[in-house]
Structure formats: C-alpha cells, structure tokens
Design a protein around this ligand. Structure first.
Ligand code: NAD
Length: 364
C-alpha cells in the first residue's frame, strides 16, 4: 500500500508529522511518499498543485492531506492560490463524496459551546457533495450589469448547478451509510427558493425509493442550521450540496468541542480517498506547537477503514485517542480546568505511546 503524504501549509506540516508517526507506529506494510502542495508548492514550483504532486496522488492508494492556505497569498490570482490545490485534487481525482463524522467524545462534552446535555453522545455523519454546485459551476466572473437593480454597474456572478447523476451518486452514498447506522437521512436543500435545490430534492426522493428501509426527511438549510444548535442529536446522516455542506459541517464541528477533533474522508466511486482534518491551515497558530493533531490522526483511522481495508488498525488509533483523552491530555483548543495542557508534538507522543503500549497513563 502506498500513501501520498501532502502536508501543505501552516499547521498542516505540524499535524501531518504527528499523524505519520502514528501511522508508522502501527507497523503495517505501508509505504509513504511526501510532496509539496498549496502555498509551499507555489513557492517551490510556481503552482499550488504541481503535476508531480497530482501524479503521486493519482498513483497512491490513499492520500493524507494536511491543510493549505495563508493570508499572504490572498493577492495572488485565484488559479495560483493555495486553496486551488485541494479543489483541484477533488476535481481531478473525482472525489465527490465528503464524509465528516461529528462525534462528541464523552471526555469533551464540556469543550462544546453548547450545553453538555445537548451534545453528550452526539454522533452525526455529514455527507457533503464535493465536486459540483456553485463552487464549480460555469459561467462565473465579473462584468458590467445589463439588468438588475443597477444596470451599468460592476457585478460578480457564480453559477449554481447540479446534474441528475451528481445528485444520484451522493444520495446513494448517504442511504448506504445510513443503513450501517440508524437508518435515517436528512437531505438539506433550499428548494423553496432555488431551482437547483428543488431538483436536488426531487432526485433524492427518487433515489430513496430504492431504500425503503431508510427514513428520509427533507429540511431547508436555514432550518438545518438552527436545528444543529437546537437539537443536534435529532440528526443521524445529513446529506447536502457543496456550499451548504461546507457551512453546516463547520457548524457541526463546534458542537463537538473543536474543529481540531474532526477528521474527514473524500471518496471517489471506488472508495479511493483523500483524508484530511476538517479545518484549515490556521496561520494564526502555525509554528507554535499549539495545533491539535487529533483530527489528522483520526483521518488516518478513516483512511485505514475506508480505503485500505484495515479496520483493526483503525480501531487501534481510535482507542488510543480515547485513552489519551481519558488520561486528561488536551491541546489548548480542547483544554478545560482539571486537564493537562500539552502541545502538538506531545499529543502525537501520547497517541504513539498508547499504540505501542508504552503509555504512562495519568488519569486526572
Ligand atoms: P482554519 O480552520 O484554518 O482556522 C479557524 C480557527 O480554528 C482558527 O482560530 C484556528 O486557530 C483554529 N484551528 C483550526 N485548526 C485547529 C487545530 N487543529 N487545532 C487548534 N485550533 C485550530 O480556518 P481559517 O482561519 O478560516 O482559514 C485559514 C486558512 O486555511 C485560509 O487560507 C483558508 O483558505 C484555509 N483553509 C484550508 C482548508 C483546506 O486546506 N482544506 C480548509 C479551510 C480553510
């Protein structure tokens, strides 16, 4: 098995370093090869997704990705900005299904911004369509308005669009995932206003006919945003388009305490995947040993489970993370009174020590 390691920018390099240590601690027959991506690749090769990086990603069995981006690149033309690398990888590799489990660990209920009783036991799977919608729709651009409220003024525009096959395949992913959980799917749309999302709702309803054992609920995105903070445990599998999924999955992240805890998988039709934390490159804390590496470490567990058929190894990582949290070890983002604050590297050390059986567990 070969894994492409793409650390990227900012905290990406710090958290991926810890995740790779955890991967190697499992002593599986896995080969890794590292390449530049994002701002780091732009600096070295003049492009955020150089051909050599794309080829490595294509050839690998799975990809471990850190994060890309830095405010210093905000003035670059869009095609050269670091974020284009992740959009390009998703598009080029056909990674259309983004799976983001939002799981509230019992040890972290107090780190959530919601009341502990609202989030205790929370276990949602957000499935976001990743290669369509307004993020990729053409045409897009700037022009002089010929109509609207201000004819003759400068304006910008994007195109929201979804084709039937795009909606069908993500709906299948959602219904199949629900069959392995509590058999309930909430499809989130804006069918009351947007033609694209009336079509989304119609197609999801049609696909549902093939899954009579799964309950399907439709919900408008504004209501979904509200219900996620009012009654998050009422959701099980939530499926939605690219833009709504982008926003709702970050909202769900905060329910669990910190975005630094949330792994994600982006899968193609044959379950080849790119695995990354749900957060970005956090330039505000980069290089200071402050970042929480657990989302990336848990992304390795997802990779072993979904793409590499190594469920037992995935279990070992998840158990090690649980043990470290139970021992009271916390990075700053999830720290609370009575627990021990540690840095990125020490968190990696602690997970590796649990996996190799060398942990000195200090319960607090
Ligand atoms: P961000 O996710 O990087 O950070 C948001 C906040 O969460 C910050 O306060 C940050 O310090 C904190 N945070 C994030 N990850 C953390 C971790 N592991 N441990 C502790 N705290 C953590 O989002 P942003 O600040 O809006 O964006 C920063 C850059 O990241 C931008 O250039 C953006 O485009 C990019 N970005 C990249 C990806 C990606 O690579 N997939 C995703 C989102 C944002």
């Amino acid at each position: 098995m070969k894994i492409a390691i793409l650390p990227g920018d900012g905290i990406g390099t710090e958290i991926v370093a810890q995740a790779v240590r955890v991967l190697h601690a499992l002593e599986l027959k896995i080969e890794t090869e590292t390449a530049l991506v994002g701002g780091a690749a732009y600096e070295a090769h003049g492009h955020p997704l150089p051909d050599s990086t794309l080829q490595l990603a294509r050839a690998a069995d799975a990809i471990l990705f850190g994060a890309v981006g830095d405010w210093k690149y905000d003035q670059l033309e869009r095609a050269l900005r670091p974020e284009q690398a992740i959009l390009g990888l998703r598009k080029q590799l056909g990674l259309f299904a983004n799976l983001r489990p939002a799981l509230c660990y019992p040890q972290l209920t107090h780190a959530s911004s919601l009341k502990p009783e609202l989030v205790a036991g929370l276990d949602i799977l957000i499935i976001r369509e990743l290669t369509g919608d307004i993020y990729f729709g053409q045409p897009r651009g700037r022009r002089t308005a010929v109509d609207g409220h201000f004819p003759g003024a400068d304006e910008a525009f994007d195109t929201m669009r979804y084709s039937r096959p795009e909606i069908e395949r993500i709906a299948h992913v959602a219904f199949q995932a629900a069959r392995k959980r509590s058999k309930k799917v909430t499809s989130v749309d804006k069918a009351n206003v947007l033609e694209t999302f009336q079509f989304w709702k119609d197609v999801v309803t049609e696909v549902h006919a093939q899954y009579p054992d799964v309950e399907l609920q439709h919900m408008y995105v504004d209501n979904a945003a509200m219900q996620l903070v009012k009654a998050p445990k009422s959701f099980d599998v939530l499926v939605t388009g690219n833009m709504f999924g982008d926003i709702l999955s970050d909202e769900a992240a905060m329910l669990t305490g910190s975005i630094g805890m949330l792994p994600s998988a982006s899968l193609d039709r044959s379950n080849k995947g790119l695995y990354e934390p749900s957060h970005g490159s956090a330039p505000d804390i980069a290089g200071r040993d402050l970042a929480n590496p657990l989302a990336t470490i848990l992304s390795v567990a997802m990779m072993l489970r979904y793409s590499l058929d190594q469920a037992a190894a995935a279990d070992r990582i998840e158990s090690a993370v649980q043990a470290v949290l139970t021992a009271g070890l916390r990075t700053a983002d999830i720290w609370s009174q009575g627990t021990t604050k540690i840095g990125t590297r020490a968190m990696g050390d602690a997970v590796v020590a649990e996996i190799t059986g060398k942990a000195i567990t200090t319960k607090t």
